[in-house]
Design a protein around this ligand. Sequence first.
Ligand SMILES: Nc1ncnc2c1ncn2[C@@H]1O[C@H](COP(=O)(O)OP(=O)(O)OP(=O)(O)O)[C@@H](O)[C@H]1O
Ligand SMILES: [Mg+2]
Length: 478
Amino acid sequence: MSLADREGALTPGELRGLFLFESLDGEQLGWLAERGWTASAPADTIVMAEGEPGEYLILLLEGTIALSRRIGADEVETNRTDQVGVYAGAVRSYVDAETAKGYPASVRACSDCRFFVLPSADFAWLMRTWFPMATHLLEGLFLGLSNTQTIVNQRQQLLALGSLSAGLTHELNNPAAAAVRATSRLRERVEGMRHKLSMLAHDQIDPRLLTLLVDVQEEAVRGIADAPKLSAVQESEREDEIADWLEDHDCQAPWETAPIFVAAGLDTSFLERVEADAPPELLEGSLRWLAYTLESELLLGEITDSVNRISGLVQAAKQYSHMDRSPFERADIHTGLESTLVMLNGKLEGLDVVTDFDRTLPPVPIYAGELNQVWTNLIDNAVQAMNGSGTLTIRTSRDNDHVRVDVCDTGPGIPRDLRRRVFEPFFTTKPVGKGTGLGLDISYRIIVTRHGGDLTVESTPGDTRFTARLPLTERPPT
Ligand SMILES: Nc1ncnc2c1ncn2[C@@H]1O[C@H](COP(=O)(O)OP(=O)(O)OP(=O)(O)O)[C@@H](O)[C@H]1O
Ligand SMILES: [Mg+2]
């Protein structure tokens, strides 16, 4: 049985009994009686499916129907009724927009049902011709709502982008500045070394001494990598020791050179070895040369570290914005969490950050880029709630056939009466300009609608946790 199978017709009198048509005049009812027909559907059949082209408007004459909508992976029943005259189907066919053309919901016959069926083209004509003003108003309402949704989505993307670029700029600034500083100092050192070399050559030193110096230099440079990490106290003690030694040996500016030897992991015993081999009048020049070489090496290391840090950040940004991946795929949930933490690092200053990750979790089917927006929003909220001090905990775990991600903070919490409202769009307790109240609304939609998961909150003062559950079972992307 399908809606196209005409079983019979309704009289104008019968049509007037349906509340949708009660105000129509005789002529209009006659037109409807001619255009529409009755059809039936047996119990437990799908009468119309959400999203399919909206061919008909139906009015229930007998039986019980259930309306449902697909939300994420679930089919959610939105209404179940046996009210005669209840209508469904192509209710928006008079709106001149592509998005209004499909069935907005699925309709299932719960028992044997009978309907009055009207083709959507006739319904659209009827609305536009008989109720032009109402049609304009409804059309405006429909388009207004869907525009709002689009603007809200764009706004959120901008927010995420803003958060991303602010975080990235902040993070890139330090290593970039360090690399620039190290490079210009390195230039001075190289210059100084050329100078020293000519001085050594000028003194017509014994070539054997030069060989020795180069050997010592190499040994010292190799030692840099294994230089023990000293505490601040140990470091300054060793600096004192070396500076005193240099002073005793009539070297100039001992306080400049001493820190370099310390950073390279050398102590006075190494200097004594140089002393044993070098003629006294050349000791100072030799040591200075050694210091220059070591400092250059240290600066090169600093530049390498900075540049590595920059490329790590760019990698994290790429991960975060997910430019290098297809939109829906199985991925390690931690990759996105980690890159989000890197991106937000600047905001985490002063906070204790605890990551408690279950690395044995299998890959989860996700839209990784969108989930990063969720993590950003949840972490942003937690950070703002803690206002500069507290502990941010990110925990991952397995929860039956779901992966669970908790974002916990030790802030003041969310009062019970507000807890239900935090997921509402535009609900915010933050001052104008600080919060838009969209973070959690968008996060909820990404987790629930896009991933078929679940986002919940529990809160007591000092312990607030947002929990996202993501299904491990694959399902067709929506
Ligand atoms: N971790 C938290 N601790 C305390 N309150 C929270 C927390 N997370 C959210 N809230 C409350 O929920 C409200 C709504 O959060 P939501 O992220 O949706 O918007 P917002 O943070 O105010 O603004 P936006 O995220 O758009 O910048 C917040 O204003 C705040 O009152
Ligand atoms: Mg927020």
